[in-house]
Structure formats: structure tokens, C-alpha cells
Design a protein around this ligand. Structure first.
Ligand SMILES: [Zn+2]
Length: 267
């Protein structure tokens, strides 16, 4: 899973992001995917990690206050762990203070390991490819677009430069789709209300790109119905053939997969 922080769907064009655009056209892309509210990174990452919306997990601000809540939740990584499947995070270099928080939270949520490497997307992608994990989930976090968005504004020339950097990284990671399920998505958009932020409730902040690719993924397909970031955790468990906790608030995107399409499973 590749999370491109703050990447807007309208930045994914043949001009600015040819690799991701080609991947989206070749496999399955969601045209109306949205994130959770508030459209903030910590809230969205916690939703990806736990399968529930911010109203249920309560993590909006970075910090360790989340630890006590984790005991009541069923984090995705822990569900995978129980089935013997590891999950590893590869992210850009973190500040020393961030690193401690991330490692504690990740361990509590059942994440097997955290690798931080490099500053730009291509370096992180290189580190992710060097992990050579053959099972479970590899979560690659790229923050180039969000940094440029806050500094220069969403869809500014600098933001689109960052999108191009992300695209180079995604182009390198696309090789994983040859024998794995590759999911590329964002945690939020940006520039909906104010040009340099994304936290306000607004459709432009809510909209995210979502692309699924891999041998089992339906070719040249578009999901035209409403799709949520919350659909990703149940989709992963479903794909691994594992039980989806009742508390999870999304549903598996079965229509993105050829086997499900053949079997007539709705999604
Ligand atoms: Zn941000």
C-alpha cells in the first residue's frame, strides 16, 4: 500500500503523473473516493490502521493518547499478525521525537517493523523495494505533495513538481503489481477552503485518488460509486481471505477484483 500524503486526484494526469495515470488506466481506479473527516493525516492514518472513522477511534492529533483506545479496537496489523502475516511501514526520515511516537503506536497496533529512509519519495521507494517482504503488508508513506502543498499551495507549480517526484517513486514501485496487490491512495486532498491547508470540511479536501493494481485486479475498470478510505482495511483482510471485524466501518471493494467479478460478488 502506497500512501501519497495530500495528493489530489486532479493532479493525477498524463502530464504530471504519467506512471500513476497509466497504472490507473490499466487496472482499477475509483473515481469518487473520499477520505474521512476531519481530512487530516493523523485521523486518516488511524482509520487505515483500525478500520473505523475518527468518531470511533478518536485520534485526531498526533500523540500517545491513542494507546489506551487501541485495546478496544481491532487494528488491521494485529488481525494480519494473528494470521502470521507481517506488516511493515517504510516512510521518509522522521524527526527523533516523531520516531519514538510512531514506533510505540506501530508496535501497539501490531506493526512488525518501521523503516525510515531518505527525504524524497524516490529514496523511500528504493528503501521499500529493498525490504523484499514476500508476504503481509508493506505500507509506504510518501509526504512530498503534502509538504509542497503547505509551503506553496495545492496545485501550485511546486506542488505539481512534488507530484512528479511521487510519480517517479510510484513508477519504481509499480513492479510490485506484477505479483502482488498494489494499492495507491492519498489520505486527503487540499486547497479546498484555503490554498495551503486541507483540514476544513470541503469536497476538494475530502477527495482522494485510489488505484488498485495487480494480477487479480480487474483491468481497465472504474469504480463509479462512492468509495471510502475506510474500505481499504476490509478490502485487505478480504483479499487475504481473513475475517473482517464487525466493527469495521467500510466494505471490501470486491468489484475491483477479477475473481469476485467472475463470481458475481457485489462490491
Ligand atoms: Zn498536511
Amino acid at each position: 500500500m502506497v500512501l501519497a500524503d495530500g495528493l489530489r486526484p486532479d493532479a493525477v494526469t498524463r502530464t504530471h503523473m504519467p506512471s500513476l495515470d497509466a497504472l490507473a488506466r490499466a487496472y482499477t481506479q475509483a473515481l469518487r473516493a473520499t477520505t474521512v473527516r476531519p481530512s487530516r493525516t493523523v485521523a486518516a492514518l488511524a482509520s487505515l490502521a483500525t478500520g473505523v472513522a475518527p468518531a470511533s477511534h478518536g485520534l485526531i492529533e498526533p500523540g500517545l493518547g491513542f494507546l489506551t483506545k487501541l485495546t478496544r479496537l481491532r487494528p488491521l496489523a494485529r488481525e494480519l499478525n494473528r494470521a502470521g502475516l507481517p506488516s511493515r511501514i517504510v516512510a521518509s526520515d522522521l524527526l527523533f521525537s516523531e520516531r519514538a511516537v510512531v514506533r510505540v503506536l506501530a508496535a501497539a497496533a501490531g506493526v512488525t517493523g518501521v523503516t525510515s529512509a531518505g527525504r524524497r519519495a524516490r529514496e523511500v521507494a528504493g528503501a521499500a523495494l529493498a525490504v523484499h517482504q514476500t508476504d503481509g503488508v508493506l505500507f509506504v508513506y510518501l509526504n512530498d505533495a503534502d509538504l509542497a502543498g503547505h509551503l506553496h499551495g495545492w496545485m501550485s507549480p511546486q506542488y505539481l513538481e512534488a507530484a512528479a517526484e511521487l510519480d517517479a517513486a510510484i513508477g519504481a514501485l509499480a513492479v510490485l503489481a506484477d505479483d502482488s496487490l498494489l494499492i495507491v491512495l492519498a489520505d486527503h486532498g487540499g486547497g479546498g477552503v484555503t490554498s495551503h491547508d486541507h483540514a476544513e470540511p470541503h469536497l476538494v479536501n475530502d477527495r482522494i485518488p485510489l488505484v488498485l493494481a495487480g494480477p487479480d485486479v480487474t483491468r481497465r475498470h472504474q469504480l463509479t460509486g462512492k468509495v471510502s478510505l475506510l474500505d481499504i482495511p476490509p478490502t485487505l483482510l478480504w483479499w487475504f481471505g481473513l475475517e473482517i471485524p464487525v466493527a469495521y466501518e467500510g466494505r471490501p471493494l470486491a468489484q475491483a477484483f477479477r475473481t469476485a467479478a467472475l463470481a458475481g460478488v457485489a462490491g
